[in-house]
Each structure stands twice: as structure tokens, then as C-alpha cells.
Design a protein around this ligand. Structure first.
Ligand SMILES: Cc1cc2nc3c(=O)[nH]c(=O)nc-3n(C[C@H](O)[C@H](O)[C@H](O)COP(=O)(O)OP(=O)(O)OC[C@H]3O[C@@H](n4cnc5c(N)ncnc54)[C@H](O)[C@@H]3O)c2cc1C
Length: 436
């Protein structure tokens, strides 16, 4: 078929989540001609942005993407990637990234914290119910702390953050990677949305560009350097189509559940998400204050059992403790898009222990023990599908000369904590490497 589009650049970046947006911005600032290809559109500022309908529109399969085992994966596909729907939590890279894998991104992370004003929300904005949960946890000896956030209330004329900001931030307080894309474009980067990259374009064993579909037409783009930042599910798919069949063998997810209970007081669904948390590094899980936005609750409850739909009228009194498990590498991303992500027996044991701790905290915070239940499994951090040390080297280079990967897929093991700050750090470091 004749090609509708043919483009060229010094560096092609595929995907505009925190990995691709940061890399495009840093490379453009350093004078590189960047072509950024994003399969989704830019939905910011639209009437539906940040609503339930909007979230369905820009999530893959309307938000109903499931693994073979029934785990629900939320996969936002739009400019800025998953940072449109993230909870705005920031965590430094885990210490093992430097100690075990020699990846030192301390200075890049410190620079980002300064640049974006990362800090916990002021005390009065952390939400009364979330703070009650944190105090209950502390009383039991679990040292919950205020969570660092990519949120600056001062950026918003009317800060009205609640769990609903997981649908997309409407008040403007939450940083979104699309803002780094705006910076990149202002520095001269060429952005194409609705550009779905299918495979690498390889010539004499070297990566020389990419090909795919743009607004329904085939296209090829040429560059001596290609960086895949299409996320934990997108990047392995492109690599497999390009002959690296090992990509997507095994993955991590930071598998998540929310343990709910009903209290007489107000629940935390209207609080900003995850304002307090605690990471149990020894057992590999994180706990945080989080409840689903109100209209998502009936879906989650129905998936669990119609019995819990009866709690829906009491949504305002629902207290939620989120568990994020540092899960072991397992499962596979298949070429047809099917995903398998089983929990290992060790994962199940640790999840059960985290559930026991969460129940104790909920009861201490005033939840009726007879109402406590755990939501079905969910995954918001698909990652570890193109692992550092196995498929990419310490400079994030694949075995194909000219092809790099810089997103959540390069995590060598589950982070078990918020990912975005680590991904930004990796992208800033890669930009330095590519322009050295
Ligand atoms: C509900 C939710 C809450 C979360 N909360 C937090 C939080 O509080 N803190 C935190 O740190 N993390 C959080 N995360 C996780 C975090 O947002 C992701 O781990 C992170 O955004 C991954 O970054 P990435 O660059 O790897 O990929 P993504 O952000 O997924 O971006 C990849 C981009 O590539 C595009 N793409 C995919 N395939 C192609 C292709 N073939 N061609 C062109 N473009 C393509 C996609 O459309 C997407 O825009 C949350 C995630 C979700 C879903």
C-alpha cells in the first residue's frame, strides 16, 4: 500500500507518558530534532475530560481490559499517558535500583522534585477520613506518613480534588506528563497524535525508524535513534512485532486491591487520593488511603459479588485502604494483546497478610468489622516486560543498535510503589546519554 506519511528526525520517541514526554522535552532542550508519536489524542480541556464518560473514552476497552485471570487493567491511551488518570503520588526510586542494578538517577530525581514542586499536600487538604485512617494505623504501630504528591493546590483556582481526579484532573492541581510534551513542542519537537506505531524499521540489522498507522493511513518515520516509551504493554508489543520475541515474557503489575469497610463517619471517597501511605519494604507491599470514585464503586462491587452492591447507598461512609503488592515476575503479554498475570503463591501469602493489616486499621478507624471486604484484583502499573539486565542494558539499549526503551517496561522487578518519578529520572538520564 502507498504510504500516506513519511517523516524523519534525529530521534523518534514512541509514546507520550512520563517516559516519552520527559525524553522529548530533554532532547529538544538539547537541540535534537525530535519526532514524538502518540497513538491517542489530546483530550485535555474537553468538556468530557475528567468525567466517567471521558475516562471510558480514553482507556483501552472502555476501562474493561482484563487479564486471563480476571485482573482488571486500567490503561489510559492519550497524550500524557497514564498520568492523566494517576493519583499524583510521587516516590523516589527504590534503593535496590542503585544497589543491585547500578542505576543511579538520584540527581535527576532531585532535579524533578525541585522543578515540579513535589511535596505532600498541606495538612488541611489531606482529607479528614484519610487522616483518621493514618492516625488509626499509627496507633497500631504502622508508621503511615504524608504522601509526596505531583499536586500543587496553588496551580488551581478551585482545588476540589477527590478520588474522581483518577478520571482526569479538572481543577489543574495535578501535574500531567502532557505538560512536558507542551514544553517539548515549544522547543521545536514535532508531535503526531493518533499515530500508532506497529514495528521498528530495521535495515542491515540496525534500527532506522518505525512504521505504523496514522489516522488510518500507513506511515514510516526515519531516524537513527528510536526510543520506545509506549508503556509496559505497548513497548513489548512493538518489540515482538520487530522480532524480539522474548519481550513480554513475564511481567510485574504492583497488583492492587482496596479493602473497604463502612463507618458511621464520612468515608474517604471525597478526599484527594492517597494522601497518606506506608511502605512495608520487608514484606513488599504499600498501604494507602484510597476509595474508588462513586460511580466506579458499583462496577467494582458487582465484579466482587452483587452482595456488595447493597453498600452503594452508603458510599459516602465507605473507608478504603489500598494495598499495592510488589508482585513477582509472572505471566505474559501475548502478541494478540491477551495478557496473563497470575499471582504466585508467595504473592498470595503476602497479599493475605496485607489484607489482615488493612482490616485491623479499618476497625481501629471505626469501620464495622461485619462490612469489611476486599475488592477484586486490579493493575495500574503494567511493567517489567522488557527488563533491565535481560532485554535492555544499563543505558536502556536493546540488542538492536539504535533502539532504546524508556518506560515502565524496563523495571527489572516490581517497584511496589508509585512509578512516575522513577520513569522521569530514567528519561532524564537517557537524554544525557543520547546527547553526550
Ligand atoms: C488509575 C491509575 C493511578 C495511578 N497512580 C499513580 C500514582 O499516583 N503515582 C505514580 O507514580 N504512578 C501511578 N500510576 C502509574 C503510572 O501512571 C504509570 O506507571 C506510568 O504513567 C507509566 O509510564 P510510561 O511512560 O511507562 O507509560 P504510559 O504512561 O502508559 O504512556 C505510554 C503512552 O504510549 C502510548 N502508546 C502505547 N502504544 C503505542 C503505540 N504502539 N504507538 C504510539 N503510542 C503508543 C499510550 O497511548 C500512552 O500515552 C497510576 C496509574 C493508573 C492507571
Amino acid at each position: 500500500m502507498a504510504e500516506a506519511y513519511s517523516l524523519s528526525a534525529d530521534v523518534i520517541v514512541v509514546g507520550s507518558g512520563p517516559g516519552g514526554a520527559t525524553l522529548s522535552r530533554e532532547l529538544s532542550k538539547r537541540g535534537k530534532k525530535v519526532l514524538l508519536l502518540e497513538s491517542g489524542g489530546d483530550h485535555r480541556g474537553r468538556l468530557y475530560y475528567g468525567t466517567y464518560a471521558g475516562a471510558m473514552l480514553y482507556s483501552q476497552r472502555l476501562g474493561l481490559l482484563f487479564t486471563q485471570e480476571g485482573l482488571n487493567i486500567v490503561r489510559p491511551m492519550l497524550l500524557g499517558g497514564a498520568t492523566n488518570m494517576y493519583c499524583g503520588c510521587a516516590a523516589p526510586p527504590p534503593p535496590w535500583l542503585k544497589a543491585k542494578y547500578s542505576v543511579d538517577i538520584d540527581s535527576e530525581v532531585a532535579e524533578t522534585i525541585q522543578e515540579l514542586g513535589i511535596a505532600p499536600l498541606p495538612e488541611e487538604l489531606r482529607g479528614a477520613a484519610s487522616t483518621r485512617l493514618a492516625q488509626a494505623a499509627q496507633a497500631l504501630g504502622y508508621p503511615w506518613e504524608p504522601q509526596e504528591k505531583f499536586m500543587r493546590p496553588a496551580r488551581s483556582a478551585h482545588f476540589d480534588c477527590g478520588a474522581k481526579c483518577m478520571l482526569g484532573c479538572r481543577c489543574g492541581a495535578k501535574w500531567n506528563a502532557a505538560e512536558y510534551v507542551d514544553d517539548a513542542v515549544a522547543q521545536g519537537a514535532h508531535l503526531e497524535t493518533h499515530a500508532d506505531v506497529e514495528r521498528l524499521f530495521i535495515e542491515h540489522g540496525e534500527c532506522k525508524g518505525v512504521s505504523g498507522w496514522m489516522r488510518g493511513w500507513p506511515f514510516t518515520a526515519h531516524a537513527d535513534t528510536v526510543v520506545l516509551c509506549a508503556g509496559g504493554l505497548g513497548s513489548p508489543s512493538i518489540l515482538r512485532m520487530s522480532g524480539l520475541t522474548q519481550a513480554g515474557e513475564g511481567m510485574t503489575m504492583d497488583t492492587t486491591v482496596i479493602v473497604y469497610g463502612i463507618t458511621k463517619e464520612k468515608g474517604n471517597g471525597m478526599d484527594p487520593p492517597m494522601t497518606w501511605s506506608w511502605e512495608n519494604m520487608a514484606d513488599g507491599y504499600m498501604l494507602s488511603a484510597l476509595a474508588d470514585p462513586w460511580l466506579m464503586y458499583p462496577i467494582i462491587a458487582t465484579l466482587k459479588s452483587p452482595r456488595y452492591l447493597g453498600y452503594f447507598p452508603k458510599w459516602k461512609h465507605l473507608l478504603g485502604v489500598m494495598i499495592k503488592l510488589k508482585d513477582e515476575i509472572s505471566g505474559k503479554v501475548y502478541q494478540d494483546g491477551t495478557i496473563s498475570k497470575p499471582l504466585t503463591s508467595r504473592d498470595r501469602e503476602r497479599m493475605a497478610e496485607a489484607e489482615r493489616v488493612s482490616k485491623r486499621i479499618l476497625v481501629e478507624a471505626g469501620a464495622d468489622p461485619s462490612t469489611i471486604f476486599t475488592s477484586p484484583l486490579r493493575g495500574t502499573h503494567p511493567s517489567g516486560t522488557v527488563r533491565l539486565g535481560e532485554m535492555v542494558d544499563i543505558d536502556l539499549k536493546t540488542e538492536i543498535p539504535g533502539c532504546y526503551v524508556c518506560d515502565a517496561s524496563v523495571f527489572p522487578e516490581a517497584l511496589g510503589r508509585p512509578t512516575v518519578l522513577t520513569i522521569i529520572g530514567l528519561a532524564k538520564r537517557l537524554a544525557k546519554h543520547l546527547t553526550a
